[in-house]
Design a protein around this ligand. Structure first.
Ligand SMILES: Cc1ncc(COP(=O)(O)O)c(C=O)c1O
Length: 426
C-alpha cells in the first residue's frame, strides 16, 4: 500500500477535524531525516512541531526508553513514584530561572497550561486570566479559551470558561507596539476586570502558532512590573520556545525577568509525550495535595526520555547550536527575501525558531496565505518538511532539529529556495 492508499484508509476512519498537512506516512526517522513508506526521503524542518529538538530517535533517548520499558512502564506517580521523576524534577527546577523552584509533571502542553492556571487561581483566590491575541495554548476547553485565534482552534467549540480576557500581542511587524499592548491592558483593567480579580497573565515569549512574533525587548519586564503592582501571577508559556529552541533553555531568559510560572512540553523529552509546570515555590504550593496530577502524569517513560534529552541538550551544547542553526536559516531566508522582496515581507526569529512572512506587493497588509499553503505542499513533494503558522496563515516557520547536520540544513534550504521560485513562477 502506498501513501495515497493509506490516506484514503485514514479518511475513512478519522474524524475530519484531525487532518494532516501532507498525505505522507512515515516509516523511519533519524536526526533530521525522515523516510516515508514509499522510501522517499525528507529533510525535516518541522521536528514534529518543535518536539524533536534533539533529533529523531537520538540513540541515548532510544536506549533510555528501551531500558525503562523493560524495567516497568507505569505505576502512577501519585501511587508509587519512581526515582527518575525526582531526578527530572531536580533537573527542571535546577535550570529554572528563579530560586527555590517546584515542579509538576504532566503529559501534554495543554495539560501544563491548565495546571498553571489552576495553580495561579489557587494561589491568588482570583478568577481572571489575561492572554494575548494570536496566542496558542492548546486544545482543551480552558486552553481554547486562552488561545487568541478563532479559526480553526475555537470555531464551533464554545462556550469557553469564563473570566478569560485578551489584549493585543505586541507584534511589531503588524504595527502593534509594546506601548499599544500595555495601553490595551490598562484599558482592560478599566473596562472589563479590575486587576485585583486577575489571577494571571499568560504569554508566549515568541508566539508559536500565532506567527513567530517575538515580544519586543523589555516587554516581559514591563509585564512583570504590572504583575508585581497588582499581585498577579506571571506565566510564560515556553512549550514551543523551551529547551534550547531559541538559543537559551528558556526564551524568557533573554530578558533579566523572572516569571512566576513556566509551562513546558514538546522539546522536554525528544519526542516522548511528557510536560511540566515549574514555578516559584510560594506560588506552586498554592493547591492542596491531590489537587494536581493525573494517571499518566510524569510517566516513567517520559521521565527516562526527559533525563536523556536533558543530557543530550547539555552534552551536545544544543543552545549554542540553536544559534548557529538559526543564523544559517536566517541567512538563507534573507538571501531569498533579497530576490523576492515583494513576496517576503519579513524574516525573523530567535535562535532556531525562524520564520518568513509571505505577502503580496511587499505590503504587510496583503498577507499571502495561498502562496504559503502552496509552498508547504511543494516543499513536501520535493523532500522538505516545513510548517505554516500565523494569525493570517501566511507565515512559513522553520523548526529543524537543533542537531541537524549542516549539510542537511543546506540541502533543505536549497529545496526551499527552489520551490519558492517555482511557486511564484520565477
Ligand atoms: C505555546 C504552546 N502552548 C501550548 C501548546 C499545546 O501543547 P499540546 O499540543 O502538547 O497540548 C502548544 C502546542 O503547539 C504551544 O505551542
Amino acid at each position: 500500500m502506498n501513501n495515497a492508499q493509506w490516506q484514503e484508509r485514514k479518511n475513512k476512519v478519522f474524524a475530519r477535524g484531525m487532518g494532516n498537512m501532507l498525505p505522507v506516512f512515515i516509516q523511519k526517522a533519524r536526526n533530521a531525516e525522515v523516510w516515508d513508506i514509499e522510501g522517499k526521503r525528507y529533510i525535516d524542518f518541522a521536528a514534529g512541531i518543535a518536539v524533536v529538538n534533539t533529533g529523531h530517535s537520538h540513540p541515548d533517548i532510544v536506549k533510555a526508553l528501551t531500558d525503562q520499558v523493560a524495567a516497568f512502564s507505569h505505576t502512577c506517580i501519585m501511587i508509587t513514584p519512581y526515582t527518575s521523576a525526582v531526578e527530572l524534577a531536580e533537573k527542571l527546577t535546577g535550570i529554572a530561572p528563579f530560586d527555590d523552584a517546584r515542579a509538576v509533571l504532566v503529559s501534554t502542553g495543554a495539560e501544563a497550561v491548565e495546571n498553571a492556571v489552576k495553580i495561579a487561581r489557587a494561589r491568588t483566590g482570583r478568577p481572571g486570566i489575561i492572554a494575548f491575541g494570536g496566542g496558542f495554548h492548546g486544545r482543551t476547553n480552558l486552553c481554547m479559551g486562552l488561545t487568541g485565534k478563532v479559526v480553526p482552534y475555537k470555531k464551533g467549540f464554545g462556550p469557553f470558561t469564563p473570566e478569560i480576557y485578551h489584549v493585543p500581542f505586541p507584534a511589531e511587524y503588524l504595527g502593534v507596539s509594546a506601548g499599544d499592548s500595555l495601553y490595551a491592558l490598562e484599558q482592560l483593567f478599566k473596562n472589563d476586570i479590575e486587576p485585583a480579580r486577575v489571577a494571571a497573565i499568560i504569554i508566549e515569549p515568541v508566539q508559536g502558532e500565532g506567527g513567530f512574533y517575538p515580544v519586543p525587548d523589555g516587554f516581559l519586564g514591563q509585564l512583570r512590573e504590572v504583575c508585581d503592582r497588582h499581585g498577579i501571577i506571571f506565566i510564560c508559556d515556553e512549550i514551543q520556545t523551551g529547551f534550547g529552541r531559541t538559543g537559551k533553555m528558556f526564551a524568557c531568559e533573554y530578558e533579566d525577568v523572572q516569571p512566576d510560572i513556566i509551562t513546558l512540553a514538546k522539546g522536554i523529552a525528544g519526542g516522548f509525550p511528557i510536560a511540566a509546570v515549574i514555578g516559584k515555590r510560594d506560588v506552586m504550593d498554592g493547591p492542596d495535595p491531590g489537587g494536581l496530577g493525573g494517571t499518566y502524569a510524569g510517566s516513567p517513560l517520559g521521565c527516562a526520555a526527559g533525563l536523556a534529552a536533558f543530557k543530550v541538550i547539555q552534552q551536545e551544547k544544543l543552545c549554542e547550536r540553536a544559534l548557529e542553526v538559526g543564523l544559517r536559516l536566517k541567512q538563507g531566508l534573507h538571501a531569498l527575501q533579497a530576490k523576492f522582496p515583494d513576496r517576503i515581507g519579513d524574516v525573523r526569529g530567535k535562535g532556531a525558531m525562524v520564520a518568513m512572512e509571505l505577502v503580496r506587493n511587499g505590503d504587510v497588509n496583503q498577507p499571502d496565505a495561498d502562496l504559503t499553503k502552496a509552498l508547504v505542499a511543494a516543499a513536501g513533494k520535493n523532500g522538505l518538511l516545513i510548517l505554516s503558522c500565523g494569525v493570517r496563515s501566511n507565515v512559513i516557520r522553520l523548526l529543524a532539529p537543533l542537531t541537524i547536520p549542516f549539510e542537511h540544513l543546506e540541502e533543505g534550504m536549497g529545496i526551499l529556495v527552489e520551490q519558492f521560485a517555482a511557486c511564484v513562477g520565477k
